[in-house]
Ligand binder design. Sequence first.
Ligand SMILES: *Cc1c(COP(=O)(O)O)cnc(C)c1O
Length: 226
Amino acid sequence: MSLKERLREVEASLPDDVTLVAVSKTHPAEMIREAYDAGQRVFGENRPQELREKYALLPHDIRWHMIGHLQTNKVKYIAPFVELIHSVDSDRLLAVIDREAAKNGRTIDILFEVHIAEEETKSGWEPEELRRYLAEGTWRTYGNIRIRGLMAVATQTDDDSRIRAEFTAVHELFGELKSGYFGTDFDTLSMGMTQDYPLAVTCGATMVRIGSRIFGERDYTITNKQ
Ligand SMILES: *Cc1c(COP(=O)(O)O)cnc(C)c1O
């Protein structure tokens, strides 16, 4: 099956109101171009330098999303153009994004990454920690960011009931924070990857991040040499 056919298949499996982020990390610009020519416009990357290089090489109506862990000293690479940062996991990072957005005369949309998976290595806020942070209120002083919702990565497991429980918990937290703090602008729930996105959609995801199902397996030996 061609990349274009795989993309069509994924699109056909999604409801119209769910946004597809095509996760192109580690794949060359030519493959992104192929997906672009097939009509895809939203792409996700997890390394700021790689994102910046691809931005320079590809058409500027591509909407670039940062989905991976972001170090504060690298925000400047993507602040001029990034559409949405999914992986905000600290106040410190939020403050830097706000500052870099202001420097660029922009408002940058962000999601809070919530930690729900069993794996301790996965980053993000514990739900209780995020509740405390929002109640405390520092985020209200940031004039150049717009908080659009939540992002989460579920545990890697074959146990669907476990994944469903995690996605459901994030969906409930999303509803709670939307009504408690944000209202209609808080409209994005980013969850679901190649292995678990159909489940994420049934649990209320409005955005899914799909890589290997579209672009094929990733070869990490290439990017590790960067
Ligand atoms: C790599 C990545 C994805 C896509 O993963 P696939 O299994 O290839 O679909 C989604 N979300 C995040 C945060 C990722 O790092």
